[in-house]
Each structure stands twice: as structure tokens, then as C-alpha cells.
Design a protein around this ligand. Structure first.
Ligand SMILES: *Cc1c(COP(=O)(O)O)cnc(C)c1O
Length: 367
């Protein structure tokens, strides 16, 4: 039996997803190319978009970060000016990229438990007309907070900026109205809410916004424009694709469709989340975020205030029971995280709660 992963990805995947990988296939194989074509069509469909409306998708080798970096290094020209809104490690990572590429950046940085207020963003956009791009994380996986990509999107449109959204840990499970939020580039990856295995990211974008980015990229392998120009009609990759990962993803998309698409997956994750909160509250655990800011993807829990609590031991003992939680990543607060995405159901959450209860008893922790 595999461990249960209550992590932000890689996640538990269905056996049939793993089985889909049991093939050798050449990257120029007709069968493989038609799989890529279908994936690209289905991703657009999932996003509620069509080619006719001027949207397209590109798959990019590497983990999610590679996809984000391909957008940052391709979409923002050398003389661009990025307004970065960050309240966590993934937002900060975009800042790191911008720095490496020498992109002028204005950063609105918030504590990890604060949803960035739209009026701050408007203030910058109103006073500094040199800003060309706005970037934000949707679900900041550092804490699990949901940022208001709708209102920020409204402002990006109002001030005519290119809008970049890292929806890595939300796309596929949280409804995102692309056209309403006026997103230019959205990034997600194979091993999050679509429940595939790791190996590539995908970018969903407005064609008009990428078309103007030819020769912008300061990287060869992550050049999003070149990847798209090559893949656009051929549905093939410039460099070796992660064949088996793509086959698994194709299966994962079929499963998502069978489950009932984004609404149903969203519902299952919300059920997991509510059960998790009920169970952990009963055990005396407290969440880091205010309930109204907390998303249903992953939850940060404060370390229990008990002299016997030791995270390493807690983690290890849960691991021995096949339950894998995730360490925290906060700048100034001790937390651990529990994710409820992947092939997980309320029965799995119940088992985790029982295991935590067991481990607390074993460690002699009571509240
Ligand atoms: C997972 C994740 C990423 C990408 O992380 P990788 O380790 O490169 O897959 C980026 N942004 C967010 C918000 C994420 O949750």
C-alpha cells in the first residue's frame, strides 16, 4: 500500500493513471501527438475557453516552477515593469525570477495571513503608469490562502496591464472565469488538482498576448513563444517530452471529466476540507488563517502549544502509519500543513484524524 499524501503535490493518483504510463512511445509517434492534441483541447475546454475566442495552451517540460519561469522570462520584455503581489513563498519565487532576468519590479508584499487588498494594487496602477504586467498567485500554497484574482484582474484590465496568474494548486478544482478575470497567462502543472504525475506544466493564454513576445525570452529551453510556435500546429515538443507523464495526464483528464469536471472535484475537495477542519478542531488544533481567507486546497495548522509536541517526531509517527503530512513554510510562525487534494476522500481524512489522535496519545499530548 502506498502512503496517503496530504501534501500540495505530488499527490496520490489513481492506479489507472499510473497504469497509463506503462508504454514506450516515440515523441514523433502519431499516437502520442494525438494525445498531446487532445490534452491541449481538453485544457482549453476545462478553462471554459475556445481557440476561436483567441486562447491557446502550451505544455512545458519540468515542474510548475519551470512553467512560471517560462512566462516571466518570455511575457515580460527587458524593458517591462512587473507589479508583483505576494503573500507567500510562491509569490516570492516570482520575485526571484524577475530579479535574475533583471526585470524592473514593484512588489506589494504582505504577511502570509493577509489577502492583498485590491485598493493597494489600484493605488500603484493609478500612480505608476510604467507598470506593464501584474502577477499574483491564486491559491498561495504556502498557507492555503485564496487570493482575490477576480478583483485584481478587474484592475489589470482597467489599467490595461498584462495579467499573469499562478493557479498551480487551484486550476482544475477551483472555478476560474478566465474571460471575466481577463487573465492573459495562467500557469498550472500536471501533478496538482488534475491529479496526474509530475513532469510538466501547462500555460493557458491569450494568443494576442503571447504573439507579441517573439524573441523576448532570455532563455532557450523555457522560451514560451518558441515552444508555442513549435507546438501550435504540430502538437510536438522542441525537446524530449515526458512521454509517460503526458500519457498519465491524458488519463487523469478523462477521470476528471468522469467525476463531473471542476464542479464535482471542487465539491470533493471541499468535503475533504470540511471534514478535516471538524476533525482537527475536535482534537484541539487551530488553523493559522482566518476561516474566511482559508481555501479548501491545503490548510496550515499552528503547532500545538504543548511541551511534548515535536514536529519531527509527530511527522515520523504519522509517516509510520502511512500518513504523510507536510511541513510549514512560514516566515515567522511554526505551522504544518495538511492538503486535501489528490485521490483522497472523506474516509481518508477520517483515517488521518484517527492517526493524529493516536499519535497525540502516544506523545502524551492533550489539550
Ligand atoms: C506547486 C506550486 C508551484 C510549483 O512548484 P513545483 O515544485 O515547481 O511544482 C508554483 N506555485 C504554486 C502556487 C504551487 O502550489
Amino acid at each position: 500500500m502506498d502512503n496517503k499524501l496530504f501534501t500540495p503535490g505530488p499527490l496520490n493518483t489513481k492506479l489507472s493513471v499510473k497504469e497509463a504510463m506503462l508504454h514506450d512511445m516515440g515523441s514523433r509517434d502519431k499516437e502520442f501527438i494525438s494525445v498531446v492534441k487532445e490534452i491541449r483541447e481538453q485544457l482549453l475546454l476545462l478553462a471554459g475557453l475556445t481557440k476561436e475566442e483567441g486562447y491557446d495552451t502550451v505544455l512545458m517540460q519540468g515542474s510548475g516552477t519551470f512553467g512560471v519561469e517560462s512566462v516571466i522570462s518570455t511575457a515580460i520584455p527587458a524593458d517591462g515593469h512587473l507589479l508583483l503581489i505576494t503573500n507567500g513563498a510562491y509569490g516570492d519565487r516570482i520575485g526571484e525570477m524577475a530579479k535574475v532576468y533583471g526585470i524592473k519590479t514593484t512588489t506589494l508584499s504582505y504577511k502570509e495571513n493577509i489577502v492583498p487588498p485590491a485598493q493597494d494594487v489600484e493605488e500603484v496602477l493609478k500612480t505608476d503608469s510604467t507598470v506593464t504586467h501584474v502577477a499574483i498567485i491564486h491559491c498561495e500554497t504556502t498557507t492555503g490562502i485564496f487570493n482575490d484574482i477576480e478583483r485584481i484582474g478587474y484592475l489589470a484590465r482597467k489599467y490595461n496591464k498584462i495579467y499573469i496568474v499562478d493557479a498551480m494548486s487551484s486550476f482544475g478544482a477551483v472555478p476560474i472565469d478566465f474571460k471575466k478575470f481577463d487573465i492573459d497567462f495562467l500557469i498550472s502543472s500536471s501533478n496538482k488538482c488534475i491529479e496526474g504525475v509530475p513532469g510538466f506544466s501547462f500555460i493557458i493564454f491569450k494568443v494576442s498576448s503571447l504573439e507579441s513576445c517573439k524573441a523576448n525570452a532570455r532563455t532557450v529551453s523555457l522560451d514560451l513563444y518558441s515552444q508555442w510556435a513549435y507546438m501550435r500546429n504540430s502538437n510536438s515538443f522542441r525537446y524530449t517530452p515526458p512521454i509517460q507523464t503526458i500519457l498519465a495526464f491524458h488519463k487523469a483528464l478523462a477521470i476528471l471529466k468522469e467525476e463531473g469536471g471542476i464542479p464535482k472535484r471542487s465539491e470533493r475537495y471541499q468535503q475533504n476540507y470540511h471534514r478535516l477542519i471538524e476533525g482537527t478542531e475536535a482534537l484541539g488544533l487551530r488553523t493559522y488563517l482566518n476561516k474566511e481567507d482559508q481555501g479548501y486546497i491545503i490548510t496550515s495548522f499552528l503547532f500545538p502549544q504543548h511541551p511534548n509536541f515535536d514536529f519531527t517526531q509527530f511527522y515520523q509517527k504519522l509517516h509510520e502509519q502511512g500518513q504523510v503530512i507536510y511541513q510549514g513554510k512560514l516566515s515567522d510562525t511554526d505551522c504544518f500543513r495538511i492538503g486535501n487534494i489528490g485521490d483522497l476522500f472523506v474516509t481518508d481524512i477520517d483515517r488521518l484524524i484517527l492517526a493524529i489522535d493516536d499519535v497525540f496519545k502516544e506523545m502524551n499530548i492533550h489539550f
